[in-house]
Write a protein that binds this ligand. Structure first.
Ligand SMILES: *Cc1c(COP(=O)(O)O)cnc(C)c1O
Length: 361
């Protein structure tokens, strides 16, 4: 017995967890500063934590009402019909739903390189294939319609990430509109706004009333601090929104996750404070790191350190976990997530010491 040929399926490489690293290094996880996965260093809203505790006795029941309530709350927030909100286990779940809804076997997607690896993984799981457009370091990772159109060859799905992971670059709204107007009728533009709360830009969700070829991904994993629960959603145009019923995995967004997301939505102060803190940290990282960095609209900063693997391994030995960007296709860079003030200062101190010792190529 063998699974199907999975040789084209590259495994996802996550940022390393504190417990894993602590075990390897023989350290206490509490002594580690984890800035490798763009998580919220302030945790979830206390209201969400309370909702999780309150929901514990109800986990024997399938999530039905909570899923409906969350969908309606999100529809109200974005001024959409409830069918247009596709709740999913993380935004990753929405990537799968959109792929299922769009791709026939052999169809292709177009995605940014460097970029988020799950877009192509999902396409391959669904018997499709992936092509890349280059978001280039030489152009400071600028993202425009022309950049995508230069490579575009009629792919069924085109992914845009704004703010872009791992660079922090924006994809301006006018450029998204130009692209939506330029692609073939069968092409869906997916705007991944996993980090949109940290940017001062209007959401592409506002474009859904004018375009039926744009879908937008959002998540509770980043600014809302609920990464461990796996809850996100996508917003899609009304004309084909009913496809959700045919592609979603039944009850994939759990009771506890839906309840926690509802409570998190009811605590905008927590998101606001988390965003303010991240903005402080990204300014601090850019001002204080002794290596080139790029302007970021997300809760992380990309830094050019010469050898990303060597520098992230050296930082890890000192208890600071950052993300080596080799797996993203940027071997000279590391990505540092915005931590609390204390964590961010510690990361800067450790990184500056390391780069002064390791030659930066
Ligand atoms: C974190 C992230 C997501 C979504 O993560 P989920 O935890 O599945 O919601 C999507 N896109 C990008 C670019 C991300 O960095």
């Amino acid at each position: 017995m063998q699974p199907r040929d999975l040789s084209a399926h590259a495994p996802y490489v996550p940022g390393r967890g504190t417990e894993e690293v602590a075990r390897d290094l023989g350290l206490d996880p509490d002594d580690l500063t984890k800035l490798s996965s763009n998580e919220n260093p302030h945790g979830a809203s206390p209201k969400a934590v309370e909702a999780i505790e309150d929901a514990a006795p109800t986990v024997s029941v399938y999530p039905k009402t909570s899923h409906t309530d969350l969908t309606e709350e999100l529809a109200a927030k974005w001024d959409l019909e409830s069918e247009q909100v596709w709740v999913s286990p993380g935004a990753d779940g929405s990537i799968d739903y959109l792929t299922r809804a769009m791709l026939e076997p052999g169809d292709e997607i177009l995605e940014p390189h460097p970029g988020f690896s799950y877009y192509s993984m999902s396409a391959r799981y669904h018997h499709g294939d992936a092509n890349q457009y280059e978001v280039s370091k030489a152009a400071d990772f600028e993202q425009t319609a022309d950049l995508v159109l230069d490579t575009y060859d009629g792919e069924r799905m085109v992914y845009l990430t704004t703010p872009h992971n791992p660079t922090g670059a924006l994809f301006p709204t006018e450029e998204i509109e130009e692209l939506a107007e330029s692609v073939d009728d069968h092409t869906l533009i997916i705007v991944d706004e996993a980090y949109a709360e940290y940017a001062d830009e209007p959401s592409a969700i506002e474009l859904l009333s004018d375009y039926d070829n744009i879908a937008v991904l959002r998540t509770f994993s980043k600014a809302y601090g609920l990464a461990g629960l796996r809850i996100g959603y996508s917003c899609v145009p009304e004309s084909w929104a009913d496809a959700y019923a045919r592609v979603n995995t039944p009850f994939a967004a759990s009771e506890i996750a839906c309840r926690a997301a509802l409570a998190a939505l009811a605590d905008p102060d927590h998101v606001e404070k988390s965003v303010e803190s991240a903005k402080w940290a990204r300014d601090y990282l850019r001002a204080e790191l002794d290596v080139p960095t790029w302007e970021s609209a997300g809760n992380f900063v990309l830094a050019e350190v010469g050898d990303g693997t060597a520098v992230s391994e050296a930082a890890q030995r000192e208890g600071v976990i950052i993300r080596d960007c080799t797996s993203f296709g940027l071997p000279g860079c590391v990505r540092v997530s915005c931590g609390t003030e204390e964590q961010t200062k510690r990361a800067v101190e450790v990184l500056n010491r390391i780069v002064s010792e390791v030659p930066t190529a």
